[in-house]
Design a binder for this molecule. Structure first.
Ligand code: FES
Length: 163
């Protein structure tokens, strides 16, 4: 059996420890979300079962509790993703503001439906719950960066600039 504990590199452990340090020792599981985020970034944008198990072991929590978090929140991906994530808000203001048309446009123009990755591996298209910038609908988050009042041309430009 391979030693999976090496999946969490010393650097990752140190970064997770910084978050763990914000809570009393008996609450170290509170760091599960930032820990998963760090591990996901380190692994090219997605989480494997082994990685989630290692986070569970590191934070002394049941593996199933970590899976629950990882499956509940849309920011975690459990399948390989493209080099970038394009997240289109699908909550009410953005839907009324044209988010659906944006999604259709990306699908028609780039052949990528929500949940799919472009053939060149450039991006994965995702739908997201309200991103908190409803007054500037429709809102699109590319990796961690917000774009507001996005038009079809706008999203084409965003995609063409991605490496
Ligand atoms: Fe889209 Fe709130 S509804 S940001």
């Amino acid at each position: 059996d391979v030693d999976k504990s090496t999946l969490l590199t010393p650097e990752l452990r140190a970064e997770i420890d910084r978050h763990v340090g914000k809570y009393p020792p008996e609450w170290k599981q509170s760091a599960v979300m930032p820990a998963l985020t760090l591990v996901q970034e380190h692994n090219g944008g997605w989480l494997t079962q082994d990685l989630m198990d290692q986070v569970a072991a590191y934070l002394d929590m049941p593996e199933v509790a970590v899976y629950e978090v990882a499956t509940f929140y849309a920011m975690y991906d459990l399948e390989p993703v493209g080099r970038h994530k394009i997240c289109v808000c699908n909550s009410i203001s953005c839907m009324l503001g044209g988010a659906e048309a944006l999604l259709e446009h990306v699908e028609a123009r780039h052949g990528v439906a929500p949940g799919e990755t472009s053939k060149d591996g450039k991006f994965t298209l995702k739908e997201f719950e309200c991103l908190g910038a409803c007054r500037h609908a429709p809102v699109v988050m590319v990796d961690q960066e917000y774009h507001e009042c996005v038009t079809r041309d706008g999203i084409d430009k965003i995609i063409s600039k991605l490496d």
